[in-house]
Design a protein around this ligand. Structure first.
Ligand SMILES: [Fe+2]
Length: 507
């Protein structure tokens, strides 16, 4: 296990990016924080927790009304040594904040996979996204874990994993209400559903996609829009991608749908040998593509670029001439715990992720995309005010190490970025804390962009991962938390989180 300073650098960064597991990212010889036995924030919990009226330091703003939800992999049964952190049943947690009080609750997303394993009392899906390794008894059953992200749809929490349909849970109790959620039959029960759908900023409708849409190894991506109230599919089209690879996120603007294809490619021979779904092609090109939203996809145009990766979208917009896609970019394999296709050793430096802006002309004959580095922040999980998913935006947020400090001593920070001035502000939580991805909560439904609160989980590395929820004024992050919700236990593992405003709860 690394020193506290090492694993404390950056929340999920540490789990996703092994470089961050080491002190300052300099000693690259250890496994990522959170690997089995490392003690990082991805350590197994396996206990559902309910705590009403949590202890609070400071004062919860009276106006803050809503719920902070998150999910992460928390395996029912310990992972095989050669499995990866991204496998495991989704453990969803909620901080319900209302009238200055905070109630905490966690429940597993109990999809078919969870239920079958619970009954068998053993692991039946032993390898990450590898159906060849599944126990024969689960052939044809859902592999959904709901361990990556959560969204709110019609008063439910949908727990998402990109290889499966959502698992639906009650917004208040987190009890599972539908193990295979298909939007009332609008989407096939076998169709993958992205962990990063977008809520249209203008209509509230839900835009999503599923890759490998027509079965294992399919190069077809299904793209669709779901009505926010009826759950009916408003349109759907199918496009083909240049090669079959991980498409973790995408971009949607008022007029366009965007994809960035990176060479984390499917590796069926590796799967048949008992390995994971992916391997990294160090010679693979990247492709940025877009097509008109609501259309048939026949206008899809791809722009080529060299080998790199970009996993998460921060925001997108166009100015009538060019389309802009803000994303975190790595020079190489973003997940060193995933193998390189050519058998080369992990490249931890190449896994460091920085925020970039990809741009392409809306018209013209360009064949390659342009790219520009936006910030010196190593921030693989950038977020925005989610009300701006599909429209121009100004502010971004992320967990990152302090770039002004040598990584060996850098503390874990929350950053607020101003895209208009290209400046940023940091709150440095210190070296004995690991910060999970933050979420932004607007002061009210109609507050201007950026007015509200930034919140996230601080795992105390010197307190056996006992965790706090820290709440900051998003306009003054550098001032530190205005309230700290103190859990007596480790918070469940987190990949992504969501803020649900109080006015969106069913009455
Ligand atoms: Fe993600």
């Amino acid at each position: 296990m690394g020193t506290a300073a090492g694993v404390g650098a950056v929340g999920f960064n540490a789990a996703a990016h092994a470089a961050d597991a080491a002190p300052g990212g300099s000693d690259l010889s250890r496994p990522p924080a959170g690997a089995p036995g490392s003690g990082g924030q991805f350590s197994l919990l396996r206990a559902e927790v309910t705590i009403n009226d949590c202890e609070v330091d400071g004062k919860i703003p009276a106006e803050l009304d809503g719920g902070f939800y998150a999910t992460g992999p928390d395996p029912q049964y310990p992972r095989l040594p050669n499995n990866i952190l991204f496998d495991g049943e989704g453990h969803v947690r909620m901080f319900r904040i209302q009238n200055g009080r905070v109630d905490y609750r966690t429940r597993y997303a109990k999809g078919e996979r969870y239920q079958l394993q619970d009954k068998a009392r053993r692991s039946l899906y032993p390898m990450y996204r590898n159906p060849y390794m599944d126990d024969p008894s689960v052939k044809g059953k859902s592999r959904a874990t709901g361990n990556t992200h959560v969204i709110n749809h019609k008063g439910m929490i949908l727990a998402l994993k990109e290889d499966s349909p959502p698992i639906a849970m009650d917004l208040n109790t987190l009890e599972t209400v539908d193990a295979i959620f298909t939007f009332g039959g609008e989407l096939p029960s076998t169709q993958p559903f992205t962990a990063h759908p977008k809520v249209c900023s203008l209509t509230g409708n839900l835009l999503g996609f599923g890759y490998e849409a027509e079965g294992l190894g399919s190069d077809v991506v299904s793209v669709f829009e779901i009505d926010k109230t009826t759950s009916k599919k408003l349109w759907e089209t199918k496009i083909k991608v240049p090669y079959v690879g991980m498409i973790h996120d995408f971009g949607v603007s008022e007029k366009y749908v965007m994809f960035f294809c990176v060479p984390m490619t499917i590796d069926i021979p590796q799967m048949k040998r008992g390995g994971i779904h992916w391997s990294w092609d160090r010679s693979g090109k990247t492709y940025f593509g877009f097509f008109r939203r609501g259309g048939d996809g026949k206008d899809l145009k791809w722009f080529e670029g060299p080998t790199r990766s970009g996993t998460h979208t921060m925001g997108v917009f166009d100015d009538g001439k060019k389309l802009y896609f803000d994303t975190e970019i790595t020079a190489g394999n973003p997940f060193p715990f995933m193998p390189n296709k050519d058998g080369s050793p992990p490249d931890f430096k190449g896994a460091e992720s920085y925020l970039h802006r990809i741009s392409v002309p809306l018209n013209g004959k360009a064949k390659s995309y342009d790219i520009e580095k936006l910030y010196p922040l190593s921030a693989p999980l950038p977020r925005q005010d989610d009300r701006y998913n599909t429209v121009p935006y100004r502010y971004g947020y992320a967990a990152c190490p302090d770039p002004a400090v040598d990584r060996r001593a850098a503390g874990a920070c929350y950053a607020r970025m101003d895209l208009q001035t290209r400046t940023y502000k940091l709150w440095n939580a210190g070296t004995r804390i690991s910060l999970a991805e933050p979420v932004f909560a607007p002061r009210s439904a109609t507050s201007p962009e950026g007015e509200g609160y930034l919140m996230g989980i601080a795992y105390h590395l010197d307190q056996n991962l006992r965790s706090d929820l820290v709440i900051l004024d998003a306009q003054r992050v550098e001032a530190g938390p205005i309230a700290t919700v103190k859990l007596p236990v480790q918070a469940s593992p987190q990949v992504h989180g969501l803020w649900v405003r109080g006015d969106l709860y069913p009455t």
